[in-house]
Design a protein around this ligand. Structure first.
Ligand code: CUA
Ligand code: CA
Length: 649
């Protein structure tokens, strides 16, 4: 369906109230797309009226005291935020509460600062074509989640998805660098990702060993040119990746398109919210059913079925696939999956820190659906009659609920995209209200954010150690919050104090578009290395004496070391047309004493950290003298740190 000019023009309403403006735009867009669902039908209680919500600017009780959360120069933050970066393809680290940017970790993108996508080592991780060029140079990270031990972060790994080229990446938290990337076969729109928290069977494995990946777009299987015009044959796969080897273990065919994922604390369940259970290919078709689903996967049964050889394969992939569709899983006692009906086109699913409830955010419905973990287990035991029986609450919380975070004190915090608010609601009160107690008021508080929040997440909120200190709202718009920088603005991350009853805005910090999800991790969980270990690099040039230029036909190997402010070779001489591999080991041992290696006119640029080795391979296709120089400030004689790369005709 095409958007009309009139609808497009309505985006230009001369209304200086940004909040109204953005709300109206979103409403018009939804209505224009034939989505006149019950958006206006939200019966709001007192605390829920948008006019009653307050931002820091308008209500003194919403402002933190001056300096209350200030991190003075030289003082350290108490939390890390590990954030996705959207279609920038990287992962980012911020400090909290300051909001300082600490690091950008290149993953699916290229980064000349460190040489990601330039060095042989990073190219090997990203993946190359037969000619050595990168297989992909773009990516789209949406979610970051950490590895668990005993129900909380162990500080070992972070994982993120690439929705664009359907890869999963792992970041080692000791070096804060990507060490593995895996292609997921037979999926498109790989969106939701979540590690398990313990093994479903073995109690000794009380840590992450699997990472689950949900696919959003259904496609022909195999997608090799068959069934191009028969969407009834298309489907999505839910994928399990081994946390250590990063190999794909198994996949499950599911109905619907998967949005977000969550895992239970007992290791037995993975959940995925689903829109388009209709299997439609147009917006109208994807919106036709009144309800979609939150699907639960029984991990123990799935792995037993794989073990029993009940799987099939798709196309060239050797990954075993099981049928998890509703039609193939009618008997709960043997079912691999359980589809809980929830209001149509839901968005996020998040589990409470006590492990008791999965909360699905309504998106088009002004509600959150609370599903009890215990009752999901009862369904799989055949003890429930109705598919909706595991739903224990469905409070009305506001317009456009997308994601829910928790404070560990029984409260949930849901981002409201259309209302541009975070709403705080009490889970027990919601359950009491659902059970008929009309005096129970689920909504406790709400605060305006600026504007259009997507993900919201709390400090340690995805662990049993949720501490109810901070909540961050990742907002899609930042109009009027920062100096304008042209038509495209930065985005805002707004940090909110959730220690007391009323939420208070601490500050805005900027984020280059476009972050999606993040986790907030206590600083003491993270233990990083200070320097690299030379022995971890098989190609390390271990001493200055090993520095040399070695020729083998047209292939030339250059072995070089660095110590501030010199490279070990004063001159490198090759012949036009040679294939040159330059290996550089940094022998400095001081933390942060990195050297760069840029080769003039050869488009090569990377760094070596203390005791680290990197190599590059390229064709010497230009004759002449080309200076190799240190690009990373290292010494008073940094500018003099250079060597001659001489290419003879
Ligand atoms: Cu070495 Cu700058
Ligand atoms: Ca739908």
């Amino acid at each position: 369906m095409k958007i009309t000019q009139q609808e497009a023009d309505s985006n230009l309403l001369p209304d200086d109230s940004r909040r109204k403006f953005l709300g109206a735009t979103a409403m018009v867009t939804l209505a224009g797309a034939g989505m006149a669902v019950g958006l206006a039908g939200c019966k709001q209680d007192d605390a829920s009226k948008p006019g009653h919500a307050a931002s820091a600017g308008g209500d003194a009780s919403r402002a933190v005291a001056p300096g209350e959360y200030e991190i003075h120069p030289g003082k350290l933050d108490s939390y890390y935020i590990f954030s996705s970066a959207g279609h920038n393809g990287e992962m980012r680290i911020y400090g909290l509460p300051s909001g300082r940017t600490l690091k950008r970790i290149p993953i699916f993108n290229m980064d000349p600062m460190v040489g990601w996508g330039i060095t042989n080592e990073s190219k090997k991780i990203i993946g190359t074509n037969a000619d050595g060029s990168l297989k992909y140079t773009t990516g789209d990270t949406h979610h970051v989640h950490g590895s668990y031990k005993d129900g909380t972060y162990d500080g070992k790994y972070l994982w993120t998805n690439d929705k664009l080229n359907c890869r999963i990446a792992r970041v080692r938290m000791d070096y804060m660098e990507c060490d593995k990337i895996t292609d997921i076969p037979n999926v498109q729109g790989f969106h939701g990702i979540f590690p398990d928290k313990r093994d479903p069977v073995d109690p000794a494995i009380n840590y992450t060993t699997r990472v689950f990946c949900g696919a959003e777009f259904h496609i022909p299987q195999a997608n090799d040119g068959r069934d191009l015009d028969d969407p009834s044959k298309w489907f999505c796969l839910f994928t399990c990746v081994d946390a250590e080897s990063m190999e794909v273990r198994w996949q499950v065919k599911l109905d619907g398109n998967m949005e977000l994922l969550a895992t239970s604390y007992d290791g037995k369940l993975a959940a995925a919210t689903q829109y388009n259970t209709e299997g439609g290919v147009t917006l109208a078709e994807m919106m036709s059913a009144e309800r979609d689903a939150c699907v639960f996967l029984n991990i123990e049964r799935i792995e037993a079925a794989i073990e029993a050889g009940k799987s099939f394969t798709i196309g060239d992939s050797k990954v075993p696939v099981l049928d998890g569709t509703k039609a193939a899983n009618k008997d709960p006692k043997t079912a691999l999956t359980y589809y809980v009906p929830v209001p149509k086109n839901p968005h996020g699913v998040n589990i409470s820190p006590d492990g008791k409830y999965f909360v699905c955010s309504g998106k088009l419905s002004p509600t959150a659906t609370v599903i009890a973990t215990e009752l999901v287990h009862k369904w799989f035991a055949g003890e429930l009659k109705d598919e909706r029986e595991s739903v224990v609450a469905e409070p009305e919380i506001g317009l456009g609920p997308l994601h829910t975070a928790f404070d560990g004190k029984g409260n949930a915090y849901t981002s409201l995209f259309l209302d541009s608010q975070i709403v705080k609601w009490n889970v027990d009160a919601a359950i009491a209200h659902f059970n008929g107690d009309k005096s129970a008021k689920p909504v406790v508080d709400r605060i305006d954010v600026h504007y259009q929040p997507g993900h919201t997440y709390s400090s340690m909120g995805e662990t049993k150690e949720a501490d109810g200190m901070f909540l961050n709202a990742g907002n899609k718009f930042s109009k009027d919050r920062f100096l304008p920088v042209g038509p495209l603005h930065v985005e805002t991350e707004q940090l909110i104090d959730i220690k007391s009853d009323k939420m208070r805005l601490i500050h805005d910090h900027t984020a280059y578009p476009e972050p999606h999800d993040a986790i907030i991790v206590r600083a003491d969980v993270v233990k990083t290395k200070q320097i690299y270990n030379m022995d971890d690099f098989p190609n390390a040039v271990k001493s200055f004496g090993d520095s040399r230029v070695e020729r083998n036909g047209k292939k030339v190997n250059v072995y070089m070391t660095s110590v501030a402010p010199v490279y070990s070779l004063e001159e490198i001489r090759v012949k036009l047309g040679d294939e040159v591999t330059l290996t550089l080991t940094n022998h400095d041992k001081v933390e942060d004493l990195a050297h760069g290696c840029g080769i003039e006119k050869y488009n090569i640029n990377f760094i070596v950290n203390p005791q680290e080795t990197h190599s590059v391979t390229f064709r010497a296709d230009k004759a002449g003298v080309f200076w190799i120089y240190c690009t990373h400030f290292c010494h008073a004689l940094h500018l003099e740190m250079r060597t001659r790369f001489i290419v003879e005709k």
